[in-house]
Design a binder for this molecule. Sequence first.
Ligand code: SF4
Length: 87
Amino acid sequence: MATFNNHQMTKEELLANDYREYRGKEINVYFKAEICQHAAECVRGNLAVFNPKQKPWINADAAKAEEIKEIINRCPSHALQYERETV
Ligand code: SF4
């Protein structure tokens, strides 16, 4: 069973709720544009990972999984979620 942040949705629930998946080697990131409040916690947190000017705008391999997790936990809208790969 994958571990999710405090909003607690499974990968299947996230995908069923129109979250887009951004796969990384250590962590998969999920994003739902419709509920993003544009607080920019993610962009301020790490521009290499969350950069609206790059495509795709989320690069889940640009930082350590723990750092990405910590940034996602600060997202006020829960538009960002994560799934940790258990290798
Ligand atoms: S931190 Fe969350 S709400 Fe803020 S811009 Fe990023 S995804 Fe949107």
